[in-house]
Design a protein around this ligand. Structure first.
Ligand code: PRP
Length: 180
């Protein structure tokens, strides 16, 4: 049913799995001897974080933070709202933020600054998708799954008006879906 709204598949299920495996190996090597705190930014991070974690062979903790910036449309409002804060202190921790997409980078730069302000030892970002053409704030995530062009994508956690997060792949939404 959802598939009829998709113009093209941008990152297939198989490719997502391969990306997670590759990123997982890289992160496992980089965090040897550390006990990172992996923080997922809800809600978009869910499927990506779950898939990536399978390939992290580390003693790690997982936390979730609710952050919102789109408020229903196809463009970031830039008004970043924390809808659910962390349950534990981050002082001295090595943090890895898991994101589904970095677009304007407003969300990720605000959250990175906040965690450093709270005393984190290090803060790095792993994102499934990077859309550098959308940047408003200068930011380069350390771990990038795939760089994508400036198109509105949904699926594998990414939504339009809260729908399509459950698609097993990332696809470009047909324009008629959000212009009608
Ligand atoms: C999306 C996405 C990122 C952010 C990226 O979240 O999950 O967190 O926007 O955009 P930016 O780089 O322009 O800040 P959204 O606010 O839509 O909330 P969601 O995760 O609940 O979908």
């Amino acid at each position: 049913m959802l598939e009829k709204d998709i113009k093209k598949v941008l990152v297939s299920q198989k490719e997502i799995q391969e990306i997670c495996q590759k990123l997982g190996t890289q992160i496992t090597n980089d965090y040897q001897g550390k006990k990172p705190l992996v923080i997922g930014l809800l809600k978009g991070c869910m499927p990506f974080m779950a898939e990536l974690m399978k390939y992290l062979d580390l003693y790690l903790e997982v936390e979730l933070m609710g952050v919102q910036s789109y408020h229903g449309g196809t463009a970031s409002t830039g008004d970043v709202k924390i809808t659910r804060d962390l349950d534990i202190p981050v002082k001295g921790r090595d943090i890895l933020i898991a994101e589904d997409i970095v677009d304007t980078a407003k969300t990720i730069s605000i959250i990175t600054k906040l965690l450093l302000y709270r005393g984190a030892n290090s803060v790095e970002v792993v994102t499934l998708l990077d859309k550098p053409a959308g940047r408003v704030v200068e930011f380069t995530p350390k771990y990038i799954g795939k760089t994508i062009p400036k198109e509105f994508v949904v699926g594998f956690g990414l939504d339009y008006d809260e729908m399509y997060r459950n698609l097993p792949y990332v696809g470009v939404l047909k324009e008629e879906v959000y212009t009608k």
